[in-house]
Design a protein around this ligand. Sequence first.
Ligand SMILES: N[C@@H](CCC(=O)N[C@@H](CS)C(=O)NCC(=O)O)C(=O)O
Length: 246
Amino acid sequence: MKIIGSYVSPYVRKVLACIHLKGLDYEIDPITAFYGNEEFERLSPLRRIPVLVDGDLALSDSSVICAWLDEAFPDPPLLPAGVNDRARARWFEEYADTRLGDTFIWGLFYPKIVYPIIWGEPGDAARIERTIAEDLPREMDYLEGELPETGYLFGPGIGLADIAIASFFRNGAYADFRPDPARWPRVAAYVDHVLAQECFARFLPFEDVQRSATPQGRRQALLAAGAPLTAETLGTREARRGVMRL
Ligand SMILES: N[C@@H](CCC(=O)N[C@@H](CS)C(=O)NCC(=O)O)C(=O)O
């Protein structure tokens, strides 16, 4: 099974964590969506990562991919057993992918870290400011009222809802946002606990390499670190804007 997408993407991280929980092997073409070629666009019509390719099946969108993983490889399940809990877990996944995606990625990580690197000019400073002053505190307040004091949302083990939420906080930390434990003690403790689990921790060395290596040296550095790279890449040298502009 092949994953197309950078180790640093929160949506790729979510899929890889689920692949790990299922005990499956993967190969990865760790490209950023902006550097995808024509074949990438054929597989991912919105030019977004992650993409999963398994034989002649190509899927994009992390939620679609995780749902397929859970149906194709039911053990262990990613969702809780009860009908109501399953619906709540799907809500948290949807909430994370859309609202946490908007705040953590489009409001902070993208303008602060990604945009200047790819497009060679500063990202939207006003947007970053608004995210830090208004959007992130609003979402931390919401999560503080929803997350458990210890353990996982639907326990006893980690599940898709925990993975979907916690993944964004890694990118938050890369952009210097960490929930203040004095103001949001549950969020801070929960995120630390979830991100410390093996399904996240095992990919951290590859994230570090991906963040520090030059675009030219990245594949070699990831190979040297033991990442299971695909033989071929769908990456290009020139960046290209996607279709989902804000
Ligand atoms: N709903 C999608 C969102 C994926 C997404 O936004 N990925 C980002 C990278 S973190 C991307 O590919 N952005 C490029 C673009 O939108 O042009 C999912 O869950 O997979």
